[in-house]
Design a protein around this ligand. Structure first.
Ligand SMILES: Nc1ncnc2c1ncn2[C@@H]1O[C@H](COP(=O)(O)OP(=O)(O)OP(=O)(O)O)[C@@H](O)[C@H]1O
Ligand SMILES: [Mg+2]
Length: 222
């Protein structure tokens, strides 16, 4: 398909590096059977990356590209990027929002918290956790507070965190702190509503442009 691959540059686990060009989600490329949009990023010396922005803007896809490139690098493989450098991590965990299903024995928030508790029982310093819309199964204020406390505790223990979220209070509370070790990425939306699937550095906004999807699905007529 002409997608680029390269050999990554791993650095020791106690350093904080994550810089890349043309990083893409190899699964998306394989399932679409064509080249997909790659992303450039520089999260060197950062412990926390918070990703917000447009619905259907490529956030979950980007997060998958972060997880897969780490896994492939640590297996000694090439990575799906033009260039990629990251610190090794002791363990890699994912915490994703799950859809409700019949096998779920408790409520959605309980279920998310108990999965988080399992991660906490196994995690060590210099590990990495990828969160995708976690703790949004309660109201905005409480979900934001849970997320804020969990992320703060992980950072104290030198754990690297990538967090995709629509929780504005959570994202903005970290933004307001002006932390040197945090970076904020936003899934880009052009003025006409087009998604570019590019992640750009930027302040979390109060909108995820859900209205674009609403109009697309329900139509704009009366
Ligand atoms: N880098 C990319 N290149 C090409 N297409 C992409 C890319 N990223 C996402 N897409 C397309 O957009 C769709 C939505 O992407 P994704 O699920 O990552 O968005 P999201 O920002 O997580 O959305 P939501 O906020 O609704 O969860 C994908 O299924 C894919 O079709
Ligand atoms: Mg998503």
């Amino acid at each position: 398909m002409g997608e680029p691959t390269s050999f990554p540059r791993p650095v020791p686990g106690d350093e904080r590096r994550h810089s890349f060009t043309g990083l893409y989600d190899v699964c998306l490329a394989l399932s679409m059977k064509r080249r997909v949009v790659g992303n450039d990023g520089d999260a060197d010396y950062k412990d926390l990356v918070i990703i917000t922005g447009a619905n259907q803007g490529g956030k979950s896809t980007f997060l998958r590209s972060i997880g897969l490139s780490q896994l492939m690098m640590q297996c000694g493989m090439f990575v799906p990027a033009e260039a990629f450098c990251a610190n090794l991590c002791a363990n890699l965990f994912t915490h994703y929002k799950r859809e409700e299903d019949v096998s779920m024995k408790s409520g959605k928030l309980d279920e998310e918290l108990s999965r988080m508790s399992d991660i906490v029982d196994h995690i060590t310093s210099n590990s990495m956790v990828l969160f995708n819309e976690s703790f949004a199964a309660t109201n905005e204020r409480e979900g934001s507070e849970i997320a804020r406390q969990i992320v703060s505790a992980l950072l104290e223990r030198r754990i690297k965190v990538f967090y995709v979220t629509h929780l504005y209070e959570f994202a903005h509370s970290f933004y307001d702190k002006g932390m040197e070790n945090a970076i904020f990425l936003r899934a880009e939306r052009q003025a006409d509503g087009t998604r570019t699937f590019k992640l750009i550095a930027g302040e979390p906004l109060q909108t995820s442009y859900g209205e674009d999807l609403y109009k697309g699905i329900f139509g704009t007529g009366n």
